[in-house]
Write a protein that binds this ligand. Structure first.
Ligand code: AMP
Ligand code: MG
Length: 512
């Protein structure tokens, strides 16, 4: 057994809490959090866990598997030092102010000082809280499995993200109407234990600003600054402006990471934007199979496609502007807030150039490369082309090597000449580079394995039938997304025809 984890729940110490102890749904004012106990479940079973996350926390596998920890990870008990709470936050949903949202089904257990740094442990699906509104506080297996696998896949892809420690089946059933069309059904309930330095969001600030609660806003800003941006010094308008600039730059880097690997978050509401710029809240997300900048997996967003792949960089700035507005009472100078947001566009542009330079194997980006990229993206849009396979095969430099990326051989023929001409231009542009080094750099930017929508769905189908083998195998493959992994090529295959229009593979809703 390892030594017990040392919990230090700094957020509870620093920030005003809800004085009302009752766990009933309501508006919570003047507070950043409410103490709330998880609601026990019938028959918990540990389905999967991340050994790397456990190690970061200082948790041995034996401890994780102990009855006490299984109880804690399923909401049936607490480990010494845990002091569970739900966070109060608001948010702009699909562009509109939605008022108080808060952790309606997430319950934080505590903050740990582990070998991997400070980390907050948070159960998702552990029962109702004062913020649950009309929801039941629970989560189903399919969405929990997607969050577990995707946050781990994202980490191994090198994109900043929350992590997942464990996936537990509760043994209870949960009613869900998957497409909000009157077809409610019972589904297996599950709980993921997510892990992040903090789960504070843009919406955590917005709620207090919207209520003109200067005291809570100041407490939250001071806490955030000293806990997560200590290098920026003591609280002051200058320090908060610098903090906003750093949040903006981190957000830009993460979104460019999504663009690089073909990830569509699906619900970039301001309550789903981490103050550390990490990917957070895996809901109706999806991965591009064919390269289509207008694609969104989220059926709730089908009309406006606000959160489509190609719009994510713009939404990042829109969301940061809402955060800047929320910080206005601490700074009182609109012009300086706008200036602080320039670091978003500056970082975004620089990171995007570096990202495409790496994907195309250009060495460093030069001015003329813009035309090369524009033509490539036009070619990709002209036909149904698998994004991951295309970029992974690009190092060879021939039209033949790209054949596997096309969904229809006739499409491939239609763009062959144009593609050949473009490959010629790329070859000329990169002729001075060492081929071996170039190939290595390209493979490090173009993953072979991503969590394709249909792969996650196959793991869900198996798990709902009681077979957890596919979850473990998929989890394992996603640990090394840039390696060839002989024998596992099936996980790099393009979307099969059956998955083209299947719910869960091409369309998802917020019901989870
Ligand atoms: P999301 O779209 O998942 O980011 O959730 C938006 C808001 O709805 C958050 O405040 C969630 O806590 C809340 N929510 C989502 N599902 C549930 C549920 N089943 N029970 C209670 N609250 C929920
Ligand atoms: Mg959310």
């Amino acid at each position: 057994m390892t030594a017990p984890l040392s919990f230090d729940n700094r957020l509870l110490r620093d920030l005003p809490g809800d004085p009302e102890p009752a766990n009933r749904r309501r508006q919570v004012r003047g507070a950043c959090w409410s103490r709330v106990a998880p609601t026990p479940v019938a028959d918990p079973r540990l389905v999967a866990f991340s050994s790397e996350v456990a190690t970061d926390l200082g948790l041995s596998e034996a401890t994780l598997r102990s009855p006490q920890w299984l109880a804690a990870l399923s909401g049936n008990g607490l480990v010494d030092g845990m002091d569970p709470w739900a966070n109060c936050y608001g948010g702009h949903q699909f562009g509109n102010w939605a008022g108080q949202l808060g952790d309606g089904r997430a319950i934080s257990l505590g903050e740990v000082d582990g070998p991997g740094g400070r980390a907050e442990l948070q159960l998702k699906g552990a029962g109702p809280t004062p913020y649950s509104r009309s929801g039941d506080g629970r989560a189903v297996l399919r969405s929990s499995l997607r969050e577990f696998l995707c946050s781990e896949a994202m980490f191994h892809l090198g994109v900043p993200t929350t992590r997942a420690l464990s996936l537990v089946l509760t043994g209870d059933r949960v009613v869900r109407d998957m497409f909000y069309d009157g077809n409610a059904a019972l589904e297996p309930g599950a709980i993921v234990c997510r892990v992040a330095p903090t789960f504070l969001r843009f919406g955590s600030f917005e709620i207090h600003a919207s209520r003109r609660d200067q005291e809570a806003l100041e407490a939250l800003a001071e806490h955030t600054l000293s806990a997560w941006f200590p290098h920026l010094g003591a609280p002051s308008p200058d320090a908060y402006l610098a903090m906003l600039g750093e949040v903006a730059a981190a957000t830009a880097r993460t979104i460019v990471g999504w663009m690089r690997v073909g990830f569509v978050h699906g619900v970039m509401n301001t309550d789903n934007m981490s103050i550390l710029g990490h990917t957070i809240d895996y809901g109706p997300y999806g991965w591009l199979d064919d390269y289509d900048p207008d694609w969104t997996p989220n059926t709730t967003d089908a009309g406006g496609r606000r959160y489509r792949y190609g719009n994510q960089p713009r939404i990042g700035l829109w969301n940061l502007s809402r955060l800047a507005e929320a910080l206005f009472p601490l700074i009182g100078d609109e012009g300086r807030l706008k200036d602080a947001l320039h670091s978003y566009s500056a970082t975004l542009e620089a990171e995007q150039r570096a990202m495409y330079a790496a994907k195309l194997g250009l060495g460093a980006w030069t001015t003329g490369d813009e035309d090369l990229l524009t033509e490539l993206l036009a070619i990709l849009r002209a036909t149904e082309t698998d994004m991951s396979i295309f970029f992974r095969s690009l190092d060879v430099g021939t039209v033949d090597a790209l054949q596997g990326a096309y969904y229809d051989p006739e499409d491939a023929a239609a763009v062959a000449d144009r593609t050949r001409a473009w490959l010629g231009a790329l070859a000329t542009r990169t002729a001075h580079l060492d081929p071996g080094e170039r190939r290595g750099a390209m493979h490090a930017a173009n993953p072979k394995y991503v969590l394709r929508n249909y792969l996650a769905q196959l793991a869900i189908d198996a798990a709902e039938g009681g077979d957890f083998g596919p979850i473990h195998e998929l989890h394992d493959v996603m640990r090394r997304p840039y390696d060839e992994q002989p024998g596992f090529e099936a996980y790099a295959r393009k979307r099969p025809e059956w998955a083209r229009n299947r719910p869960g593979c091409s369309t998802l809703s917020c019901s989870s």
